[in-house]
Structures are given as C-alpha cells and as structure tokens.
Design a protein around this ligand. Structure first.
Ligand code: SAT
Ligand code: MN
Length: 603
C-alpha cells in the first residue's frame, strides 16, 4: 500500500517536474523559483518589485502593507477577442468562443514563448482553488515570469507548499503557462486547451489574462470539467443572509463583470434591517463551484481566497466592508494617487487625486483619474463580513440562484422562475450592457448567458443542456430568480437605490424559497406586488415602484423573439427543452396581450 502510494506520488511530481523542465527549455529563464507561499518569500518578492518599480509603496501610515501597480496602458482589461478555446472539434467550443485548432494554437503561442524568459525568473506557483481540505477543490500550477502575478496569486488562491502537497497526493492538476512577453497587444493570446487541462497566456500582465487560477482555470477549464463530472463552475458570488431568527440562507448570484457582485456579496443591511437582526456574510464575490450533496441540495464553495474587485465606486456608502478590507495589505492596480500617496478612484469621497493611473499629473482632460477597470487585490479574510463557512470543506447549501444584468429598460426589479427549466431559460436569456472589465465598447447590450459569455469553456448549447440535466429525481434544487438593479427612468437616473437596499429584494427571494412571501403570476414569471416587498424606510415614489414591477408585454414579446434567435444561434446543440420553454413563454405573452387592456400586467 505505502509502496503504491509513494509510486503514485513520485510519478505526479515527475509529471510536474518534467513539465517545468520542458517549459524552461522553451522559455530559457535565467532562474527557476518554486513558490512555497511563505511570508518570507512574499516579503522578498515585494522588496524586489519595489526596487525595480513594478510596485510603488503607498502611504504606510494610512495604508499599511499596500502597494500600487501600474499596468502597461494597453493592458488594462480582459481581451475577449484574443481569448481562445482550442478543442479538437470546433463545435465543442461553440459560437460563444473564439477557436483555433489545438495543434495550430500550440504552434503559434509556443513560437512566442520561445526564449521569452531570457534574463527573467521562471516562477512555479502550485495553487489550490478552494479550501485545501475540500473534496470540491481543484489544484493547478501556474508558471509565470511575472512576480506581480505571483503576489496576486498568493492572495487569490491557496498557493505554495500545501497546494503542492495536495497535487502530490491527488495526481491531476491544471497546467497554466504565462509570460508577460513584451506586453505587446499584437503579440498577445489567452489560449485554453480543455481536453489537455492546459492554459497558455502570453503578452498580458492583467487580472483575468494573467492570474490563471481565476477565469482561465476556475471558469473556462473548470466549466468543462464540471460538465464531465456532474457539477457547475459558475461566474457567481455567494452570499449568506442571516435572518433575525439566526437562520442563514445562502444565495449564489451571477452578474457580468463590473455589475456589483462584490458589493452584493458584502452588502450592509439598511438601518431597520440591522436593528431587527439581519446580517450578511460573504462567501465569495466572483466564482462559485457547486455540486449536489448527499441530501440532494446543491453545495457551493468559493474556489478563490481573495477579491480582485473593481475600485471605482467603492466607498463608505456603497461598500464599507470592501473599504475596510482594503485599508491594509492590498495590491492596487491602476488607481490614482493623492498628494500623500493614498490610493484614489472616482466615487471615493475622501481625498483628491494628483497623479492619474498612468502616473501623469492628474488632468481631467485626460479622462478619469483611476482607470474605470482599476482593481484591488485583497485577502478575503480581511473583509469584516467574511464568513467562517467559506472555509468549510463541504461548502454551503444554496437556497436560491439569482441571475442579473445591466438592463436600463424592460426587465423588472425581480421575478422568479416557475421551475428549474424556466430558470435555466432565464439564465440563458440574460442580457447586460458591456462594462470596462473587457476591452471594447462599453454600454452595449449583449446576451451574456449566466454571465458566462467570456468564461464558458465549451459550447453554450451543451452548457444549457448540462444545466437542464440537474432536473432529476432526488435533487432539491434552488429556486431561480432574475434581478435588475440597473433599471433607469425617463430622466436617465436609476429607479432603484441598489446597494444595501437590495436586501429588500433578497428578503423576498428568501421568503419565496420558504414558500412564504406573496407573488403574482405573469407570463414572464412570478413577480412581487408592491406590498409583497418590505419597503418601510425607503424613499421610493409610487411611479418608480410601478415601473420597477411592471411587465411591458409588447416589449417582452420583442425580447422573447430576440431570445429565440439567440438560442437558434447555437444550432442543434441548443436543447429542445429550452426552445419549448421559450415557446411556452411566448404563447403566454401572446395570450395576455390578446386580453390585456393596456399591454401591461402587474403594477
Ligand atoms: O479581469 S478579471 O477577469 O479577473 C475580472 C473580471 O473581469 O471579472
Ligand atoms: Mn468576474
């Protein structure tokens, strides 16, 4: 037995060592450093980066342990057009992904990697996504020539010797090879080879392009593995809402990048709720892995150990938990600076910027002082709302799944799916205005199924089928909802105050899961009537509330038509069940339009 175990062990390490050797032969680094994740290692790297200008020390009196990194100005967001899923069969990647034949892809990117680490150190980062002792967790190894990536991975994952020990025990790991290359947008690719559990990323040092444990592994590769193994890897926050009786209800919620996942996961209850005893616990702000537990419920872990959050808009009013978390031991990327070297961004009500995110004297003519996609990297445990359950190896049971996007018109504040298949359709049909988290135009409405458009590692049609496959005997699935915090009135202003007040909507959701709160049936799903929501203490006029809870049948008829075309774009991979569900809704809308006096129901 022990002989067998040690044979397995050494062969795993052999596989890793051989891979590191082969990468070193290709990339020709001057040195190889195996990261152990220790404090001493982190301190040495920090000192080295401060000395060579990769990091700038912030005001240590106000922000102890905090540093700033300035990206190359052409390298400030994910690059979806350069992000590829390379499967043997093109249809397996699907029209939702950019694709290249794996052999050609390897050849193209290996040509860039050839000799690219000359004069640099190659860092080997063993990491674990999820608690080290959780059966739901998965390991990976990232090879990179960027010490900034090492420092971020140390915050965002369980990185170092303990992860290496698990890899040694367990066998498989995801291989991620990264080089910042020349930071040339013309020589930049983020490639995924799900059949080989491999990622290759060249030419970017930015977040989701370079911290390979995050979107590349925990979403694109993991979604592929999850489909094969019967679980879900999702772009969702996980939040625990504790009611005044002391019961905590866990909600997983999918929103596209930069749509408030971090804020919702750390929400501060409105005054009246706080007094009544409501509390909010953060499990995760970006990624959720969930699978059925022994009791048939879905159990979720946050595979990450830190937050890579959007800085602009983070303030005492919007997210005091995040602000408290990032007061120390935080890496800031592309924020502005005040005269006394404190970090600054638009929406922060304290301080005045004097230096912009590129290091230039601040001039409003140059645009915002902080880059709109500037970020903070901080250990999750630094958030006052951090839940001890986030370390639980079995994860937390999910009561509700919430989908949401930026929809300035049409989509009501909240509605509930009548069953799982309807919920899957609602998720698949999600749309949202684009944000600064990816390069390209901002504010353009696009379909973003389950907020996974940039992250689903395989054909969306197969992904919808995988979601539908959870509807089976023995499972007690969460209820599914859709929310829209971003509805605007005629004056262009948001109708709903958002932030902490979103708890009012979460309360309705929790009560619906317990079969308590009221709702009214509409063709698009179950909506609260105004008096089904607790709105005491909120100044919201009746007209706004009416708009937020109305179903515009003419608008929805067009929307459902558009959803039909979108689903058809995945050809015969789209499950017939999903088409049937859409047709059911279209028919319900048509019936209601035929009878409704003013083309609207629910007010
Ligand atoms: O750049 S990241 O992908 O890590 C952040 C995001 O876009 O959600
Ligand atoms: Mn994200």
């Amino acid at each position: 037995m022990s002989q067998y175990t040690s044979a397995v062990r050494s062969s795993q390490l052999d596989a890793l060592t051989q891979w590191v050797d082969s990468v070193a032969r290709l990339t020709r680094p001057d040195r190889i450093h195996w990261c152990d994740g220790s404090q001493a290692e982190a301190a040495a790297l920090r000192a080295q980066m401060l000395a060579d200008g990769t990091l700038i020390e912030l005001n240590q009196a106000t922000h102890p342990g905090c540093t700033l990194h300035r990206s190359h100005p052409s390298d400030v967001a994910r690059v979806e057009h350069l992000t590829l899923v390379c499967t043997r069969n093109r249809d397996d990647a699907g029209p939702n992904n950019h694709w290249l034949d794996p052999a050609e892809a390897h050849a193209r990117i290996d040509a860039l990697f050839d000799g690219c680490m000359r004069g640099r150190t190659l860092y080997v980062i063993p990491y674990c996504m999820g608690p080290l002792d959780s059966p739901l967790s998965r390991c990976g190894v990232e090879i990179t020539d960027s010490p900034y990536v090492v420092a971020n991975m140390r915050i965002m994952t369980r990185m170092g010797s303990a992860a290496l020990a698990r890899i040694e025990r367990e066998g498989s790991f995801v291989k991620g090879l990264h080089s910042i290359g020349e930071l040339d947008p013309e020589r930049r690719w983020i490639m995924h080879f799900p059949e080989e559990l491999t990622i290759k990323s060249y030419g970017s040092g930015y977040g989701g392009n370079a911290l390979l444990g995050k979107k590349c592994h925990a979403l694109r590769i993991a979604s592929w593995q999850a489909r094969q193994e019967g679980w879900l890897a999702e772009h969702m926050l996980i939040v625990g809402v504790e009611d005044p009786r002391g019961n905590t209800h866990y909600i997983a919620a999918a929103f596209p990048s930069a749509c408030g996942k971090t804020n919702l996961s750390m929400l501060i209850p409105p005054e009246g709720y706080r007094r009544a005893g409501w509390k909010v616990w953060t499990i995760g702000d970006d990624i959720c892995w969930m699978r059925p537990g022994a009791d048939g419920r879905l159990y979720a872990i946050n595979p990450e150990a830190g937050f890579f959050g959007v800085a602009p808009g983070t303030d005492h009013g919007t997210n005091p938990n995040a602000l408290a978390a990032i007061g120390h031991d935080t890496i800031y990327t592309n924020v502005a600076l005040t005269a006394d070297n404190q970090p600054w961004w638009e929406g922060l009500h304290e301080g005045t910027p004097v230096t912009d995110w590129r290091g230039r004297p601040w001039d409003p003519a140059n645009g915002p002082a902080a880059h709109p996609n500037s970020r903070f990297t901080v250990a999750a445990r630094q958030a006052p709302s951090w839940s001890p359950m986030a370390e639980h190896p079995q994860g937390v049971p999910i009561s509700a799944i919430v989908f949401g996007g930026r929809r300035p018109s049409l989509v009501p504040l909240v509605f509930q799916a009548r069953d799982w298949a309807h919920g899957v359709l609602i998720g698949a049909a999600m749309g949202s205005e684009t944000t600064a988290a990816a390069t390209g135009a901002v504010g353009v409405l696009r379909r973003d199924s389950m907020a996974m458009k940039p992250f689903c590692g395989y054909n969306y049609g197969d992904y919808f089928a995988h979601w539908l496959s959870f509807e089976r005997a023995g499972l007690q699935l969460p209820q599914i909802f859709h929310v829209n915090w971003f509805r605007k009135g005629g004056d262009g202003k948001f109708l709903w105050p958002g932030f902490g007040e979103n708890l009012r909507v979460l309360e309705w959701i929790i009560e619906r899961c317990a079969g308590q709160a009221g709702a009214q049936e509409t063709p698009i799903g179950l909506l609260p009537r105004a008096d089904d929501l607790h709105l005491q203490g909120l100044s919201l006029d009746n007209a706004a509330l009416e708009q937020l809870l109305a179903v515009d049948l003419d608008g929805w008829a067009r929307e459902v038509e558009d959803i039909g075309q979108y689903l058809a774009s995945f050809g015969d991979r789209t499950p017939a069940r999903l088409h049937a569900e859409r047709e059911r809704i279209a028919a319900a809308i048509a019936r209601a339009r035929a009878t409704a006096p003013r083309s609207a129901v629910a007010s």
